[in-house]
Write a protein that binds this ligand. Structure first.
Ligand SMILES: NC(=O)c1ccc[n+]([C@@H]2O[C@H](COP(=O)([O-])OP(=O)(O)OC[C@H]3O[C@@H](n4cnc5c(N)ncnc54)[C@H](O)[C@@H]3O)[C@@H](O)[C@H]2O)c1
Length: 255
């Protein structure tokens, strides 16, 4: 018996509100994009693989903008966000979903370039996007940010993924600090997904059977879906979560 749910769509609140989603071409970010488009939001996606969204772009026309942007490249990300704010009158919400696990390696074999890439993609990008977001929404109401942490922040992650786990711990701490600084105008929360069935898991582990076997360590006895994490993100962005800020919400099947 499973208890899968699909992402809810709040038709009225998100209608014509502008949302930037980093990493929105795949997995959890993509599910967030689909839920927001279903709720009639205007969505800008910055990803290294924006071509993956061409089908969605055809379907949603001017409601979806996609850009080939490396979130670790601060000037490029700021320029892309400024173009969205100019075109659509500011940015109401930000979902920082871009992330990488990095190359699996023991601490003794730490590779400097890989460490830098993981920290820049998963952590520095949240500073960069958050900083630009704060400056690009004067006059807009009910603004909010959802960052993507991970339960790896408290478990230490899978063996060999130390940089990833540390980056996600820092994202959780940064979320709390951002929430305090940006209150009462902007709410900031994070999700801590557990093991979610997305391309990231398969890319990291390599074998679909090994990914599926991970369900054995989850109390709910299955992997989560991208849509279930997206549902939590949409909820945190919405007025239903109006009194929630600085929270790290597990979406982890009890892990
Ligand atoms: N899948 C899981 O089990 C899981 C668990 C906990 C946390 N998370 C986090 O959720 C987020 C989404 O993960 P996912 O599972 O959907 O992974 P995914 O690989 O399916 O999607 C990640 C997206 O980020 C993009 N991206 C990577 N580096 C980028 C960069 N430098 N600039 C722009 N875009 C970049 C990728 O192109 C991809 O489209 C990540 O931050 C991840 O760490 C995932």
């Amino acid at each position: 018996m499973t208890c899968a749910q699909s992402a809810p769509a709040d038709g009225e609140f998100f209608r014509d509100r502008t949302v930037v989603v980093t990493g929105g071409a795949s997995g959890i970010g993509r599910a967030v994009v689909e839920a927001l488009l279903g709720a009639r939001a205007r969505v800008a996606v910055f990803d290294l693989r924006p071509d993956a969204l061409s089908g969605l772009a055809r379907q949603h026309g001017e409601r979806l903008r996609v850009g080939a942007v490396d979130v670790a490249d601060r000037p490029a990300l700021e320029d892309a966000m400024a173009a969205v704010a100019d075109a659509w009158g500011g940015i109401s919400h930000l979902v920082n979903s871009a992330g990488i696990i990095g190359r699996r390696a023991p601490l003794a074999a730490l590779d400097e370039a890989d460490l830098e890439r993981v920290l820049a993609t998963n952590l520095k990008s949240v500073f960069y996007a958050g900083s630009a977001f704060v400056r690009m929404g004067a006059g807009l109401d009910a603004r909010s940010i959802v960052n993507m942490s991970s339960i790896a922040a408290r478990t230490g992650g899978m063996a060999g993924n130390m940089a990833y786990a540390a980056s996600k711990g820092a994202v959780a701490t940064l979320t709390i600090a951002m929430a305090k600084e940006l209150a009462p105008d902007i709410r900031v929360n994070a999700l801590a997904p557990g093991i979610i069935d997305t391309p990231m898991q398969l890319d990291s582990i390599g074998d679909p059977a090994a990914v599926a076997a991970l369900s054995g360590i989850v109390p709910l006895r299955r992997l989560g879906t991208a849509a279930e994490v997206a549902g939590a993100a949409i909820w945190l962005l919405s007025p239903a979560a109006a009194y929630i800020t600085g929270t790290i919400l597990d979406v982890a099947g009890g892990r």
